[in-house]
Design a protein around this ligand. Structure first.
Ligand code: FAD
Length: 282
């Protein structure tokens, strides 16, 4: 398999940097091709502005979506964006790795999405009719590929549980998993989340590294989150409402859009024995 890791942390010697190295090593040891987009190292430009559309006349009003569509179709997107699109088309698996900052991704990574997921590439794809509403949510340019998140969070796992004050982690990550990754077609794997990440000693790091190593060895076989497909029979078109009768009557919000009764994907918070850890990373 070919795996692209988009890495968003300003410090290579960080915990995030160490986990990225674990992931790359594990993937390469299995014979996978790995490429890393290290956004801070690349000095990635995160804001969408006129400089993204050099072919736009200087007196024309900038309409970002229309300009993105025109530039994608004409092949005039900037070289940095084209390079990332080429990597996305190359990769069978996309991994976004970041520390949770203000309950979301760092701005540099959001800016990568804003600029790279161009109109005509990641959205605005496919036909609209009374049966289909474009190719999105399980269909689209990136369909057939897999994606997952590797996230470090300062908060505890309990803080992100179903009744935790921060809100459930699946809900917080829903706009990324469903809105950014599933939208252009990826099958989205359950996230790898490290909790209490500000206070990790070497034993805890070894246990987490072993879990990550294991996740890297099951990228092809892990079941994706069972998000409902837009163009199946689950939604009314064009209102895009989930049909009545679907979804557990007790569910509301994001969980409604996951089949199989809103399965949650919290990772077990288990420190393994030293023997298990060594076996997994050997
Ligand atoms: P680092 O700071 O690099 O390291 C964390 C710990 O891991 C250190 O104690 C380090 O010694 C240890 N460690 C153990 N082994 C290793 C190793 N091999 N290599 C490197 N380090 C190791 N948290 C939330 O839960 N929710 C939020 O909304 C949130 N918002 C934030 C907003 C901002 C702007 C910031 C700066 C932080 C926020 N945090 C939040 C906390 C943040 O998620 C964590 O600080 C971050 O995920 C920790 O990851 P890191 O890679 O930066 O860790």
């Amino acid at each position: 398999m070919k795996v692209l890791i988009v890495f968003a942390h300003p410090e290579p010697r960080s915990l995030s940097g160490a986990l990225r190295d674990v992931a790359v090593k594990a993937l390469e040891a299995q014979g996978h091709g790995v490429r890393v987009s290290d956004l801070y190292a690349q000095s990635w430009k995160s804001e969408v502005d006129r400089a993204d559309f050099p072919s736009l006349p200087s007196d024309a009003r900038l309409a970002p979506a229309a300009a993105s569509k025109q530039a994608f179709e004409a092949g005039t997107l900037t070289a940095d964006v084209k390079s990332e699109i080429e990597k996305l088309l190359w990769a069978d698996v996309l991994i976004l790795q970041f520390p949770l900052w203000w309950f979301s991704m760092p701005a540099i990574l959001k800016g990568w999405v804003d600029r790279v997921f161009a109109y005509g590439f990641a959205y605005g794809v496919g036909e609209h009719s009374d049966k289909r509403w474009g190719d999105r949510y399980g269909e689209g340019t990136l369909a057939g590929k897999r994606a997952m998140l590797i996230v470090t969070a300062g908060g505890w796992q309990e803080h992100y549980s179903a009744r935790g004050i921060n809100g459930p982690i699946d809900d917080l990550l829903f706009p990324i998993n469903h809105g950014i990754l599933y939208y252009p077609g990826y099958d989205v794997l359950p996230p790898f989340v490290v909790y209490k990440s500000d206070k990790l000693d070497e034993v805890a790091f070894a246990a987490i590294a072993a879990r990550l190593h294991e996740r890297m060895s099951t990228l092809a076989t892990t079941s994706p989150i069972a998000y409902r497909r837009q163009n199946g029979d689950d939604y009314l078109i064009p209102s895009m409402q989930l049909r009545s009768g679907l979804g557990d009557p007790g569910l509301s919000g994001f969980a409604l859009h996951v089949g199989r009764a809103g399965t949650r994907h919290d990772e077990p918070d288990i420190l393994r024995s030293a023997t298990e850890i060594s076996a997994a990373i050997a």
